[in-house]
Design a protein around this ligand. Structure first.
Ligand SMILES: Cc1cc2nc3c(=O)[nH]c(=O)nc-3n(C[C@H](O)[C@H](O)[C@H](O)COP(=O)(O)O)c2cc1C
Length: 182
């Protein structure tokens, strides 16, 4: 797949099955993340990989976080199984530091670009992925249970695996319709 084909056809894969990215594919995915644009070279990111038992551990983090705020049982049961929707989930964290020239937003954007790069690297290798967040990406108990700081920001849970079905490529939107000349 050439670069423009990747950029013009990338899409998400909500239905993912095993196998997960193998070690070599995962290495490529993580290396691609480090190609994200990064003002001042802060590498403001951390990638927390969950597969096999790790998926259940991530589900337990979600359960404990929701129990701590008194969520209803249905929601808790659903959250427990959320990471099981793929054979691998990478929690992408923006590790934000105080910097005189690089505000928090730019560090969070860099981590977001890393998510996109990882999804593209998965797609280019014939794998599938979907970038998810939801309220748990902003839940203080999740941060504490994952050993994160209050200054950190979870920018995504990147679900990765093998596409369950071969989905048709979605229609491309006309980029020009969102543009104007100054
Ligand atoms: C920051 C961010 C958070 C997202 N969170 C969710 C989410 O929690 N659940 C979801 O179904 N899609 C979420 N999406 C959207 C999907 O990743 C995906 O882009 C969308 O379903 C459109 O599909 P496409 O990527 O094939 O165009 C999120 C996207 C971004 C950029």
């Amino acid at each position: 797949m050439d670069a423009l084909e990747l950029l013009l056809t990338r899409q998400s894969t909500p239905r993912l099955i095993a196998p997960a990215p193998n070690p070599q594919q995962l290495q490529t995915i993580l290396d691609a993340a480090t190609r994200a644009p990064d003002h001042a070279g802060l590498t403001p990111w951390e990638f927390i990989i969950a597969e096999e038992d790790g998926l259940a551990r991530l589900g337990e983090v979600f359960v404990k976080a929701l129990q701590a705020k008194g969520a209803d049982e249905d929601l808790i049961a659903k959250a427990k199984n959320m990471p099981l929707r793929a054979p691998m989930v990478i929690t992408v964290v923006a590790k934000v530091i105080e910097h005189p020239k690089v505000p928090a937003l730019e560090q969070q954007l860099a981590a977001g670009c890393a998510v996109m790069a990882m999804q593209q690297a998965a797609f280019a290798q014939g794998l599938g992925g979907i970038w998810r967040t939801g309220e748990l990406a902003f839940d203080a108990n999740v941060y504490q249970l994952l050993g994160l700081q209050s200054t950190d920001q979870i920018v995504g849970f990147l679900y990765l695996g093998t596409p369950a079905i071969k989905a048709p490529t979605k229609t491309l939107k006309d980029g020009k319709s969102f543009a104007r000349y100054l």
